[in-house]
Structures are given as C-alpha cells and as structure tokens.
Design a protein around this ligand. Structure first.
Ligand code: AP5
Length: 214
C-alpha cells in the first residue's frame, strides 16, 4: 500500500505529477485544491464560504480541510492507498492526518525557485471539470484553448494573477515549507521515505526522478 504526500510551492508541478503518479501506483488523487474549486463551482455553502479565500491566495482553515479529507477517505477507492496533492499544508493539518492513522510511505518535495514560479503560473490553463493542467508553452494542449480529453474550453485560474501568486508563495514559505523538516525527521527515523526532486526539469524528467524513488 502506498500513501504518498506531494509537497511543493504553488506551481511546482504537483498536480501535473500527481496524475502520472496515480497512474503508476494505481491510487486515487486527493487534491484539496480541486475539491475546494469544485465546491465553489457547485455554489454549495462550503463553496461560498471559501471562494474569497481561494481568490486571495490565503489558506482555508485546518478544520475545513480535516473534514474534507475525513469524508474522502471513507470512499472505497482509498482502501489501497492515496496520493495527497497539496495537503497537508500546515503543521496542524499534518497532525490531523496523523490522528486519522494514515501511514504515509513516501513524501515527495518538488522544488522550483520562486522566480520561475510566477512565469509558470501566467501560462497555466486548466480544465475546470477535471482539474487537468496545461501550460501554453511547456505543456500545451493538442488544440489551443481546449482540453485534450473532453474538448471543453480551458480557463485561467483567478488565483494565478502575479500578485496573488506572490502572496501564495509567501504563505507556502511561512506555513508549508516547515513540513519538509517534519517529514525529513520521520524519514531519518525510518517511518517513511522523504525525497526532494528538481521541479525545474521537464515534466517527463521530473516524473522519471520520482518513479525511480517510488
Ligand atoms: P492548490 O490547487 O493546491 O494550489 P497550489 O498548491 O498553490 O498548487 P497549484 O495547483 O497552483 O500548482 P501545482 O504545484 O499543482 O502545479 P501544476 O501541476 O498545476 O490550492 C489552491 C488554493 O486552495 C490555495 O491557495 C488555498 O487557498 C486552498 N487550499 C488547497 N489546499 C489547501 C489546504 N490543504 N489547506 C488550506 N488551503 C488549501 O503546474 C503549474 C503550471 O506549470 C502548469 O501550467 C503546468 O502545465 C506547468 N508545469 C508543470 N510541471 C512543469 C515542468 N516540469 N516544466 C514546465 N512547466 C511545468
């Protein structure tokens, strides 16, 4: 069984690699970002509560994230492990996951320098229905502006504006980056395997580094 965490700054390529890793390891993706955006798109009470937070680049509360994860883990596709994309993001969330008795096997940090992130984000395009990601230059769809699988139009995320990306990077360094020390210690104690990959490589190059370690 593999329970894998993907850590890294906004735009490091977590979502892109998550889809490839899920195919490789045959586990479902648990992306709190995708779940929250789905809630906003559906107009649910949760969506209305978090919509402004997402647009501002701040983090949603640990309580909301904890209950989303708890509910998602009751679904049968998680029985043989899961890939956690962009969660945990705070030490509080890491503690919540530990309290849920999830035994993590791998923690992968995708590293990309801050100056490269803003450039990446401005070129990102997303299929809102599935969360599939493209980049106009580095990972373009077959038909410009349209999803490869559904043929539906792609959009630009509201939180990919340069000023919001800078805010998200600040939040990452303050609240999420400390988790790399937390999981490095767990790795040194033999509880799981922590490794860092260079996310500035090509999509296939990054995936090759990850698959070797998995
Ligand atoms: P979330 O959706 O999780 O956003 P994020 O972590 O900021 O990450 P992104 O989705 O922006 O980037 P990514 O690393 O997945 O990169 P991608 O593969 O898309 O969260 C959004 C918001 O939701 C948060 O700000 C917060 O408000 C809230 N939230 C979510 N989870 C939360 C939690 N646990 N707690 C509290 N709040 C939470 O790639 C980016 C671009 O680069 C794409 O265009 C892609 O095609 C391209 N690209 C990918 N890899 C490469 C490569 N190797 N070379 C060149 N280009 C590449």
């Amino acid at each position: 069984m593999k329970n894998i965490i993907l850590l890294g700054p906004p735009g490091a390529g977590k979502g892109t690699q998550a889809d490839l890793i899920c195919d490789l390891c045959n586990v479902p993706k648990i992306s709190t970002g995708d779940m929250l955006r789905e809630a906003v798109a559906s107009g649910s009470a949760l969506g209305n509560e978090v919509s402004n937070i997402l647009d501002s680049g701040a983090l949603v509360s640990d309580e909301i994230i904890g209950s989303l994860i708890k509910e998602r883990l009751t679904m049968p596709d998680c029985e043989n492990g899961s890939l956690f994309d962009g969660v945990p993001r705070t030490t509080g969330q890491a503690q919540q996951l530990a309290d849920m008795n999830i035994k993590f096997t791998h923690v992968i940090e995708i590293h990309v320098d801050d100056q490269d992130i803003v450039k990446r984000m401005s070129g990102r395009r997303v299929h809102p229905g599935s969360g599939r990601n493209y980049h106009i230059e580095y990972n373009p769809p077959e038909n410009e502006g349209y999803d490869d699988i559904s043929g539906e139009p792609l959009i630009q995320r509201e939180d990919d504006k340069p000023e919001t990306v800078l805010k998200r990077l600040g939040v990452y360094h303050d609240q999420t980056k400390p988790l790399t020390d937390f999981y490095t210690k767990q790795s040194e104690a033999g509880f799981l395997k922590f490794f860092r990959v260079d996310g500035s490589n090509t999509v296939s190059g990054v995936f090759e580094s990850i698959s070797k370690q998995l």
